[in-house]
Design a protein around this ligand. Structure first.
Ligand SMILES: Nc1nc2c(ncn2[C@@H]2O[C@H](COP(=O)(O)OP(=O)(O)OP(=O)(O)O)[C@@H](O)[C@H]2O)c(=O)[nH]1
Ligand SMILES: [Mg+2]
Length: 441
């Protein structure tokens, strides 16, 4: 594979992950916000970073690997040029569980700040159930865009010792949690004299099928072997040790950090390890895209279903509106008739004879009062009918119109997101085809 094509595709992967994030978080237009409007819960939005767990023997080169990965590529004109982000040393150096990730500014976060920075770590502390762990977490925020680092969180762990009791916190339980729940990729660093205790522990960690898939072994610092014979015997011995406890296929890469190498004669597979990391980032980006597509589909279905219910309701409302219209018309006519009859009745009264007429005939007075009461009652009833009819018609119609316009907007925004995911998917496929063509050459 040509390096420029590789970096082109890496750039595409990073852009894809960023676009997926944008689709979820794009202010009021984001998928997360649309889900709230539709009234659906979404799964936690996928992160743009994969989690790479580094574990293994003490002094096997875990921290040096992080320093190497975040530094500029090896330059034979300047062979020792490498960043020193993490402390390294010949004797057990790393005592804390250290997370390393890219950020706009260089910063070291202590335990409290790390937990604040990444609230998900509380779940780990609770699961490990060792109060000491909370004090032994730190985070290195690093300004580096080398390789796939912007899309990675590394976890550098204390080297495995013969006894877990010698460790400042329960490293075994912490590694188990990180391996099973946190990591997308596990790099196991082995040294020349890896003991059976380490091998047993590692075999326990990658027992599950997910663990088997994501675990890769690095026989590191192989620049320090004396000659090819030593190199081969070391590889054979390590492979046999692993094969005695693992009943699945596994990869062992012989690696060394070029900037630290005492000699460059032995084969160095560190670039293969880098490609394994790149591939994990690409797989992750495809999973993120698939989740986004699934979320958009689910929300579109939910919005369409609600729009369907609204359409049925709207038809019923229209039918009722016709009935109400007739009732209203009758009401209005009754009012009009009442007013008209009252007016006619009052007009025909002999006004001059009114006192005598009132005094002379209680029955007539009562008759007149009843008539007026009846007309008034008819008028008031008609008016009430009018008011109730109008309010019944208007109120639900306004509420439903607001909801409908929101749903229409949601469906429109979702179809825009869908168009984005389709173009991302096309880009991904054509990118993949480009790589495949290149590999075939
Ligand atoms: N020659 C050579 N030395 C290396 C290489 N990788 C690391 N070292 C050296 O090995 C020593 C241990 O490296 P670290 O990176 O501290 O190892 P570690 O696995 O983080 O050790 P702990 O944190 O104690 O578990 C340091 O002195 C490094 O400079 C390598 O590939 N080749
Ligand atoms: Mg270390």
């Amino acid at each position: 594979m040509r390096p420029e094509l590789d970096s082109f595709s890496l750039q595409n992967t990073q852009n894809l992950l960023k676009s997926v994030q944008d689709c979820y978080d794009n202010g009021n237009n984001g998928v997360a916000q649309i889900a709230k409007i539709i009234g659906k819960r979404t799964r936690p939005r996928p992160t743009e970073k994969i989690h790479v767990l580094l574990l293994g023997d003490s002094s096997s080169g875990k921290s040096s690997f992080v320093n190497y990965y975040c530094s500029k590529p090896y330059d034979s004109a300047n062979p020792k040029d490498m960043d020193h982000i993490l402390e390294t040393g010949v004797r057990s150096t790393t005592q804390t569980l250290t997370f390393i990730e890219s950020a706009p500014c260089r910063e070291t976060l202590n335990a409290a700040s790390s937990l604040q920075h990444c609230p998900g770590l509380h779940t780990m502390v609770n699961a490990v159930d060792d109060p000491r762990l909370e004090r032994y977490i730190s985070t290195e925020l690093v300004v580096s865009t080398e390789r796939s680092f912007p899309n990675i969180v590394f976890a550098d762990t204390p080297g495995l010792l013969l006894s877990n009791a010698e460790q400042p916190f329960d490293v075994h339980r912490t590694l188990k949690y990180l391996a099973e729940e946190w990591s997308d990729l596990i790099l196991c660093f082995l040294s020349f004299d890896t003991n059976s205790h380490t091998i047993d522990l590692i075999s326990n960690l990658c027992r599950s099928s997910a663990g088997q898939r994501k675990t890769h072994f690095l026989l590191n610092r192989t620049d320090q072997v004396h000659d090819d014979f030593d190199h081969i015997s070391l590889v054979v011995q390590t492979t046999q040790n692993l094969a005695s406890v693992l009943d699945h296929r596994f990869n062992v890469y012989t690696t060394f950090v070029p900037q630290l190498a005492t000699n460059h004669r032995t084969h160095n597979a560190i670039s293969v390890v880098e490609r394994v990391i790149d591939r994990t980032v690409r797989e992750h980006s495809q999973r993120c895209l698939s989740q986004l597509e699934a979320d958009i589909d689910r929300l579109t279905d939910a919005a369409d279903a609600e729009l369907g219910v609204h359409a049925v309701g709207e038809r019923r409302r229209a039918a009722w509106a016709r009935v109400r219209g007739v009732v209203l018309l009758v009401g209005v006519l009754v009012v009009a008739l009442g007013v008209f009859l009252a007016a006619v009745h009052l007009k025909t009264l002999p006004i001059g004879a009114l006192p005598g007429w009132a005094a002379g005939g209680v029955g007539r007075v009562l008759g007149l009062s009843r008539s007026i009461q009846i007309y008034t009652a008819a008028g008031v009833t008609g008016l009430l009918g009018l008011a109730v009819g109008v309010s019944c018609l208007a109120a639900p119609a306004v509420a439903s119109k607001v909801r409908l316009s929101r749903l229409d907007w949601a469906v429109e925004s979702l179809s825009e997101h869908q168009a984005t995911t389709e173009s991302l998917r096309r880009g991904l496929v054509s990118d993949g085809l480009g790589v495949a063509v290149d590999q075939g050459q």
